[in-house]
Design a protein around this ligand. Structure first.
Ligand code: HEC
Ligand code: HEC
Length: 293
């Protein structure tokens, strides 16, 4: 066991320990380590005095700064409500035209409306409102009940064929099943309806069928769908002349619609969404329709 000596290479003293000729240098702990040790300890002590920290028997030391997460949460909830109140009140109080002319309010309509629409409506109508089989495209198709914000708001409020006392009734009758038309007549009117949106299906061979279908249509369908089949807002009967179909415009779907009838269910949202949210969604849908044009 050698005594401590000065190492020739580094100039440091050794500790005097030696293992098989390897000697340990006696180098001091770097200053920076002491510096960090001292600052972090001081910081920790000061912090426990400023912030809630030491447990006691009946409670805990609350800290000199009075910091409290509960108060912080309460404050931010109150701030959120106040912030929303500023626009919910504006949405409720202002008329549609005023809101539509206010870019800041419309920004709220687009942002909040998107969330509300995705949460409540997209399951049936699709995230962009483009519809799904059995659920109409409400962004682009001509409306069955009316596309101005006030009418849309009423549709959302009471629903269609829904449980609300004032719900809208949209009843496509089951002409085949309920024996109002025989199968041959159903087929003829199917061909006629097809020809409304797709004139190309008319050939010299089916001229008679189409004209007989037109007569059947005038007698049985025009009262709801209008003489030209362009739809009627009073009955909620859709336009049959365009490319938008709730249930499908192919022969089989048309035959099904006319034979079995259709009564789509649009739920009522009164009581499930606040009046402000219903009005906001009406504005959102109207805005979506303008954007889609
Ligand atoms: C359970 C499915 C379902 C949900 C959810 C739903 N809808 Fe509908 N909606 C329908 C159906 C089906 C129709 C068509 C009813 C008919 O024509 O008989 C419809 C029709 C509409 C219409 C009328 C379209 C027109 O041509 O006049 C509007 C507007 C509308 N929905 C908006 C909404 C909004 C906004 C929401 C969300 C708050 C929503 N819908 C949620 C099924 C749904
Ligand atoms: C009492 C009113 C009424 C009468 C009469 C009526 N319809 Fe309808 N029709 C409707 C309504 C309302 C709808 C929408 C139903 C829905 O969306 O659920 C509809 C839907 C349809 C559809 C489905 C459209 C789509 O987008 O998929 C077709 C096709 C149709 N009708 C054809 C006819 C034909 C053909 C006749 C005559 C034989 C007729 N309708 C008579 C009210 C009527």
């Amino acid at each position: 066991m050698a005594l401590s000596e000065r190492d020739k290479v580094s100039g440091h003293m050794t500790t005097g320990h030696e293992w098989n000729g390897i000697k340990e240098l006696n180098t001091p702990v770097p200053r920076i380590v002491y510096f960090f040790l001292i600052t972090t300890t001081v910081f920790a002590v000061v912090w426990t005095i400023l912030m809630p920290s030491w447990p006691g028997v009946t409670g805990y030391f609350r800290g000199l700064l009075g910091a409290d997460q509960r108060t912080a949460v309460k404050l931010s909830v109150a701030e959120g409500a106040a912030e929303r109140a500023s626009w919910t009140n504006a949405i409720l109080d202002e008329d549609f035209a005023t809101i539509q002319a206010d870019p800041a309010l419309m920004e709220t309509v687009r942002e909040t409306g998107k969330t509300l629409f995705v949460d409540n409506c997209a399951g049936c109508h699709g995230a962009e409102g483009l519809g799904n089989p059995g659920f109409p495209n409400i962004a682009q198709a001509p409306t069955m009940w009316g596309g101005d914000p006030a009418t849309i708001m009423e549709t959302i409020r009471v629903g269609i064929n829904a449980s609300h006392d004032e719900t809208r009734y949209g009843q496509m009758l089951a002409f085949g099943r309920d024996q109002m038309l025989d199968l041959g007549d159903v087929d003829k009117v199917v061909t006629y309806v097809q020809s409304l949106s797709d004139p190309a299906i008319a050939t010299p061979d089916n001229t008679d069928e189409i004209s007989e279908g037109a007569t059947i249509f005038a007698d049985n369908c025009a009262a709801c769908h209008g003489e030209t089949g362009a739809g009627m807002l009073d009955t909620g009967a859709p336009n049959l002349r365009d490319q938008y179909w709730t249930y499908g415009g192919d022969r089989a779907s048309l035959r099904h619609s006319i034979y079995f009838g259709r009564q789509g269910l649009m739920p009522t949202w009164e009581g499930r969404l606040t009046p402000a949210y219903i009005k906001l969604l009406a504005l959102y849908v109207a805005d979506m329709r303008t954007a889609a044009k």
